[in-house]
Write a protein that binds this ligand. Structure first.
Ligand SMILES: [Zn+2]
Length: 285
């Protein structure tokens, strides 16, 4: 097996995301006594690869995993991982609803039709698992309400619930000594609404919560880790679009015109998608 595990800082290693089947980043925060894993992967195969690579790098004492949120790609590997699982109480609540689900094509398609499942996730589940769809939901062992701290030995982590549009249970993990902030998917738009959306009030609140942490590296689950400068650019853009959405309300072309003028360039595809999500969020009360 080729080695994919990367070193983020002295004491943090991660397996990069893989868009082929929407695998998120999986990380290991290594203290002198304990290693904390971040997210449980999207399948047995994903977890096997991660644990194999940790073992190859002599990373041990990994008895605990913390979930950033309940979505399948972050939680379906929990059984294979077989570690003490820590999650926000809402993460557990969402997972509980899925315990009895059938994962056949027919069942997935019917949930997509009813709006319970998202089309993209259903497609990715089919692709990741193939026909041998041995999925069983494992519930977290330990839950928390707002935040908790864990000392891994010379490395302290704060795990804090922040919510947001993407998923109401989203939690972040701040590693103080390494100045690394794991954001999971919290900054992405909602995916279980049709169409996807951002709400001004939620995005502002979320960015405020994130800015309370003095980080140098920001880890979003489905892209390479961001430097402070990259992250600041990203959050400034979201804040600017919040302001312009508020100012122009439902007027899409006025919003795009002013944003293009302020940025002094045409919008990228990502920026157009962000604006689209904010427009969708306006019409939902
Ligand atoms: Zn997600």
């Amino acid at each position: 097996m080729e080695k994919n595990l990367k070193q983020l800082t002295n004491r943090i290693h991660y397996l990069p995301h893989d868009p082929a089947t929407d695998r998120p980043i999986l990380s290991a925060i290594c203290g002198s006594h304990q290693t904390l894993l971040v997210d449980a992967g999207n399948s047995d195969a994903h977890v096997k690869q991660f644990l194999y690579e940790l073992a190859q790098c002599q990373i041990t004492n990994d008895h605990c995993v913390v979930l950033t949120h309940w979505h399948w790609d972050h939680s379906f590997g929990a059984k294979q991982m077989n570690r003490l699982t820590i999650a926000h109480e809402k993460t557990k609540m969402h997972l509980e609803k899925m315990v009895d689900f059938d994962w056949s094509d027919e069942a997935l398609d019917s949930r997509v039709e009813k709006g319970v499942e998202n089309q993209f996730c259903a497609d990715m589940i089919k692709k990741e698992f193939g026909t041998d769809r041995n999925i069983s939901i494992t519930l977290p062992n330990i839950t928390f309400k707002e935040q908790f701290e864990i000392d891994l030995g010379g490395v302290r982590c704060v795990v804090k619930h922040v919510g947001g549009d993407h998923s109401d249970d989203s939690s972040l993990i701040f590693v103080e000594e390494e100045k690394v902030l794991f954001l999971g998917d919290c900054l992405y738009p909602s995916i279980y609404t049709q169409p996807p959306q951002y709400k001004i009030v939620n995005v502002r609140h979320l960015i405020e919560s994130i800015e309370m942490f003095d980080a140098e590296i920001y880890v979003l689950s489905h892209e390479p880790p961001l430097s402070k400068a990259d992250f600041m650019g990203y959050s400034m853009l979201l804040k600017l679009i919040c302001d312009l959405t508020e100012k122009h309300q439902g007027n899409y072309s006025d919003l795009v015109n002013e944003l293009t003028t302020q940025l002094n360039r045409p919008l990228s595809q990502l920026e157009e998608e962000i604006v689209y999500c904010f427009m969708n969020g306006l019409s939902v009360k």
